[in-house]
Write a protein that binds this ligand. Structure first.
Ligand code: UD1
Ligand code: UDP
Length: 384
């Protein structure tokens, strides 16, 4: 069978490494993968670095759509993907997560009756003002195979009318829903050893293992509203002072571009002059794993980084008012705090003094990629 994988944003490129690896290791005779990169992310350290480092095959197509307003960016992608689908005629299209690249691929494929395989299906924030919530709901409801990493994801789908015990053959009107573990857990396990061997990022940045905080911030909800971005940075500065602890912040280009505009000149000057706040360029995945494994606490609004904090048994302060990864909060390993300075500080203080945080096994056995390939082969072979 031939699948087309559509990627575009940083986390999707990383996720795709897991499936490409599963295909290469187990199913190279049964499956051919063609990769489309929409070009949603394009900086060297937001895109190329991952292909080089993670052994992902070079994309067969790059649409180079770049940045833009939601409609403009998504429309350009749909147009490009449709043309390629017409030419390649795949048995299925594989999409990840909830970005505009996911939605565009979903729309193009659904209208051509090409089965959509949605990896990371069923996740919900129950906040439809998030562009990602719209993208993931629309994509789920046009998909033929829905692979959910968590039980909560499957439950969300059931609430929306999906059946989790549907029998094949599957179609858009009779989709298959599977609870299959998390492709990012597969990746974190796989690349952790390589990161230990290859990454020098902790040393290079003069960080003391287990005595610094890793932070990432990029959610539009946080970056685009001055009071929210300011609340987060005020909290970081307060925590640095209170605990005399180093922060390292590999900054997403969206945030880097807005930091000066959306903070006061006084706050911006403090951010720039604080030696214990190291703002660095986005790092490679092996470096990111090293930063995560050696951090004391992680403070983030990223979906992927929240989970990786959990995989590497680090408590996590979530800079959002809700999360799709509700299990992390339910088991006490993460706290939802939004952008309020005092809430961020309180949650951080709690974690820095907690000794017995539990990190139960919630995300599968590290073989979700293999499981998904098996299901794809089974499903689309039956349909043929
Ligand atoms: C996108 C996803 C978000 C995901 C994130 C992962 C959507 C709606 N959002 O958000 O779900 O969590 O990717 O990182 O799809 N930029 C650069 N260089 C790049 C890429 C972006 O400078 O290589 C800057 C541009 O100014 C751009 C801005 O970042 O306008 C935002 O990029 P965009 O891809 O639109 O959204 P993200 O915030 O990255
Ligand atoms: N990541 C990375 N380098 C960085 C920041 C993040 O490799 O400088 C990785 C991180 O380990 C995770 C993924 O990017 O696997 C998360 O992507 P991001 O935070 O951009 O998006 P989200 O997961 O919130 O959609």
């Amino acid at each position: 069978m031939k699948i087309i994988t559509v990627i575009g944003a940083r986390p999707q490129i990383i996720k795709a490494a897991g499936l490409s690896r599963a295909i290469k290791e187990n199913f190279s005779k049964e499956m051919e993968e063609v990769i489309i990169h929409t070009g949603q992310h394009y900086d060297e350290n937001m895109s190329n670095v991952f292909f080089t480092e993670l052994g992902i095959p070079k994309p067969n197509y790059n649409l180079n759509v770049g940045s833009g307003k939601h409609g403009q960016q998504t429309a350009r992608m749909i147009e490009g993907i449709e043309e390629i689908l017409e030419k390649e005629i795949p048995d299925a299209i594989v999409v990840y997560g909830d970005t505009n690249s996911t939605l565009a691929a979903g729309v193009a494929a659904a209208k051509m009756h090409i089965p959509i395989v949605h990896i990371e299906a069923g996740l919900r924030s129950y906040n439809k003002k998030m562009p990602e919530e719209i993208n993931r709901i629309m994509c789920d409801h046009a998909s033929t195979l829905l692979f959910s990493p968590t039980k909560a994801g499957v439950d969300n789908l059931v609430k929306e009318g999906f059946k989790c015990n549907a029998e094949p053959p599957y179609s858009m009107d009779h989709p298959g829903v599977f609870h299959c573990g998390d492709i990012m857990y597969d990746n974190s396990l796989f690349f952790s050893k390589l990161s230990d061997q290859q990454s020098n990022v902790v040393k290079e940045n003069s960080l003391e293992p287990n005595n610094y905080v890793l932070s990432t911030i990029h959610r539009n909800d946080n970056t685009d509203q001055p009071e929210r971005l300011s609340g987060i940075f005020e909290a970081i500065l307060e925590l640095i002072e209170k605990h005399n602890i180093q922060f390292v912040l590999p900054l997403h280009p969206r945030t880097a571009k807005l930091l000066e505009t959306n903070t006061s000149s006084e706050l911006y000057a403090k951010i720039k002059s604080e030696k214990r706040l190291k703002v660095i360029e986005p790092v490679s995945f092996l470096d990111m794993i090293a930063l995560e494994k050696n951090a004391k606490i992680i403070v983030t609004d990223s979906g992927g980084v929240q989970k990786e904090a959990f995989f590497f048994e680090k408590p996590c302060v979530i800079l959002r008012p809700e999360t799709e990864w509700v299990e992390l909060v339910a088991c006490g390993a993460a706290a939802i705090v939004g952008w309020h300075k005092d809430k961020i500080v309180t949650a951080f203080d709690h974690f820095i003094s907690s000794k017995d945080i539990k990190f139960p096994s919630l995300f599968g056995d590290g073989q979700s990629g293999k499981f998904m390939c098996e299901k794809m082969i089974e499903s689309f072979t039956i349909q043929d």
